[in-house]
Every structure is written in structure tokens, then in C-alpha cells.
Write a protein that binds this ligand. Structure first.
Ligand code: ATP
Ligand code: MG
Length: 339
């Protein structure tokens, strides 16, 4: 049997996961996990969460369990995937430090995702140094596990590229084939960056514009109801625009019945299809997909101690693997003085 490929990815515990995470990354992960072709490592990136939440340790702490529950809800299976917490593997910080010497500040300044996030987060002149270098820490996460495939959303493309560069440099300096160049696995076109409810380019935990996978029916309806449509579509009989209309943007992504969506678009454009009616339809589509997740989540949420134990087991296994690789790397760097 062919060796299973190491899959690695993760999420920051900065809140519950949303439907953007689902289509952007979780869906691919679950499919890959179930294909049996991969050895998946799924990381709850608490260390990275601190890079822009240093003042809110309570939020990071609380969100670890929430993210773990979201994983279980979508079908990440601890029997098949190693789910672990980043800070439980301190070797990741060690490799980050060595990696930092292999990249210039100018190179880090060119990362387009970090640039956008710095603006969004309003850091101004006070960008936390840890935040600025987080792509390097992410590269260490991927490289230390010798990750070969990384299922992520479109915003992570520059991070994968940065990782490939760091791996190449590390191998050049300390020994060929020590670390592996990873490949990003991105969602189908148009699904790699789900826009927010407010029409913002990205649905994000930190921007308050998300539909969470755990939202109950009332919350879901309340959010869909207030979604941005077409401001010129005032009377039901008025012709409406579907471009830039969030309801249709979401239908394109979430409704598997493409013919039906095409029909609805035609009707909306011609006039005669009301916003409430189309929103009700979107609600039904989303609700049908979220219902089984909600139910599974509620079941696991009844026993948080068992979920934390699952994370402890996964973290112990992940640390063992990381320690083994770190030993190899130390030897290659000549810093294994006593053996
Ligand atoms: P934060 O605002 O705290 O950064 P986030 O919503 O960006 O949170 P992350 O934990 O940073 O979430 O990202 C986890 C994964 O989800 C990454 O692979 C990322 O590409 C993907 N992802 C995040 N937001 C979206 C989105 N709106 N559409 C598609 N994929 C997304
Ligand atoms: Mg993010």
C-alpha cells in the first residue's frame, strides 16, 4: 500500500467557525480524511490567535473548545485525524525561530494577505511583531509535520508559497530532503473566499459578518433577513440585480441545484420575485445543510471533558511526531551537542 500523504491545516481559536470555513477548507478536509489516502493533522492555532488577541486570553481559551466542537460537527473524526493544540507542541516555536533567520523583513512585507489584515485590524503604526511574522510561524507548523498537502482558503496562498521558500532555503543550508515542500489544496473557483453578510470581501470571525455553523434556526433567519440585496429593488415587480446581491452570491455557493438558481435569477432580473421570498429560499437551503451539523455539535457539547481529552490525546501524538523531526533537524544544524 502506498504511504499516506501527510495533510496539515488548522484554524485560529478566535471564535466559532463559520460557513466560510466550511466551504473554504473544512469540506475539503473531511473528504480527504475519508478518502483514506492521507494522514491528517488538524491544528487549533492558539499561539497564532495570540498574535492579534494578546489582550484577550479569555477569548482564545474559550474558543478552543468551540473550534473542536465545530470540527466534530462537520465530521472530522479523531479516529482518522490527529486533532491537536498548537501550544502543546513547543517545538513549533523553536523551528519558527530558525526559520526567521531565513527570510528578510522586506520579503515578509510583501505578503498581500498580511497587508490586507493589517489594514482591516487597524493596527496603524503599532503592528505587533508576532503578527507581522505569523506566516513564518505557519510555515514552521506545516514544515515540522512534513506536511505535503494543505487544504485552505484562497487567503492562505501566500502562506503556502512562503512555506515552500523557507523549506527550500532550510534544505539548501542544512541538508537536502530534510523538509518537504507542501502543496495547497484550494476549494473550487468562487468558493475560496466567501464574502461576509455585509458584503465585505471576506466572512471572518473577527469582522462580525459571519453565519456560524452552530447558529440556530432563529439566528440564521435573522441574519439572512438582513442580508444585503439590491437597493434599487424596491417593489416586488421591479426588475432586480443579482450581481453583488449577497443572497444570490450565497445561493451560487451553497445551493447544489444550479438549474433552480438560474431560474430564480432570471425571475429576479425580470421582476416579480420579492426579496423576502428569495431570502426564505436561501434560509431553507442553508438550514438543511446546517441542521445535521447542529445536531452533532449539540451531542458532543454535552461532554466537554471528553472533547478536551480527545485534544490531549491528539496533542500528545502530534508532539511525538514533532519531537522526532526536531531531533533530525537539530542534528542537521549541528546543534545536537550531546548525542
Ligand atoms: P480571523 O478573522 O480570526 O483571522 P478567519 O475567519 O480568517 O478568522 P482563520 O482561522 O484565520 O479564520 O482561517 C481558517 C481557515 O479558513 C483558513 O484556511 C482560511 O483560508 C479559511 N477561511 C477563513 N475565512 C474564509 C472565507 N471567508 N472563505 C473561505 N475560506 C475562509
Ligand atoms: Mg484569518
Amino acid at each position: 500500500m502506498a504511504e499516506k500523504k501527510v495533510l496539515i491545516t488548522g484554524d485560529r481559536p478566535t471564535g466559532k467557525l463559520h460557513i466560510g470555513h466550511y466551504v473554504g477548507s473544512l469540506k475539503n478536509r473531511v473528504q480527504m480524511q475519508n478518502s483514506g489516502e492521507y494522514d491528517p493533522y488538524i491544528m487549533i492555532a492558539d499561539k497564532q490567535a495570540f498574535t492579534d488577541n494578546a489582550r484577550d486570553p479569555e477569548k482564545v481559551h474559550r474558543s478552543v473548545l468551540e473550534v473542536a466542537l465545530d470540527y466534530l460537527a462537520v465530521g472530522i473524526d479523531p479516529q482518522k485525524s490527529t486533532i491537536f493544540i498548537q501550544t502543546a507542541v513547543p517545538e513549533l516555536s523553536e523551528l519558527t525561530e530558525y526559520f526567521l533567520n531565513l527570510v528578510s523583513i522586506a520579503r515578509l512585507q510583501r505578503n498581500p494577505t498580511v497587508k490586507t489584515e493589517i489594514q482591516q485590524k487597524g493596527f496603524g503604526e503599532s503592528i505587533p511583531a508576532g503578527f507581522f511574522i505569523y506566516p513564518v510561524s505557519q510555515a514552521a507548523d506545516i514544515a515540522l509535520f512534513k506536511g505535503e498537502v494543505v487544504p485552505v482558503g484562497d487567503d492562505q496562498e501566500p502562506m503556502i508559497e512562503q512555506t515552500r521558500e523557507l523549506v527550500r532555503t532550510f534544505n539548501r543550508y542544512y541538508g537536502a530532503d530534510l523538509l518537504v515542500e507542501p502543496t495547497g489544496v484550494f476549494p473550487p473557483k468562487g468558493q475560496g473566499r466567501i464574502p461576509g453578510l455585509d458584503g465585505n470581501a471576506k466572512m471572518s470571525k473577527s469582522l462580525n459578518n459571519a453565519i456560524y455553523m452552530s447558529d440556530d434556526e432563529d439566528t440564521l433567519w435573522a441574519k439572512v433577513k438582513t442580508m444585503y440585496t439590491d437597493p434599487e429593488h424596491i417593489r416586488v415587480t421591479d426588475p432586480g440585480h443579482v450581481e453583488g446581491n449577497m443572497v444570490f452570491t450565497y445561493l451560487d455557493i451553497f445551493d447544489p441545484d444550479e438549474d433552480r438558481v438560474a431560474e430564480l435569477k432570471a425571475q429576479y432580473r425580470a421582476g416579480g420575485l420579492g426579496d423576502m421570498k428569495i431570502k426564505k429560499y436561501l434560509f431553507e437551503v442553508l438550514n438543511a445543510q446546517l441542521m445535521p451539523m447542529r445536531e452533532r455539535r449539540a451531542r458532543y457539547a454535552q461532554d466537554p471533558a471528553a472533547v478536551m481529552q480527545m485534544l490531549a490525546d491528539g496533542s500528545a501524538k502530534a508532539r511525538q511526531k514533532a519531537q522526532a523531526t526536531m531531533q533530525e533537524l537539530r542534528a542537521a544544524m549541528g546543534i545536537n551537542y550531546w548525542n
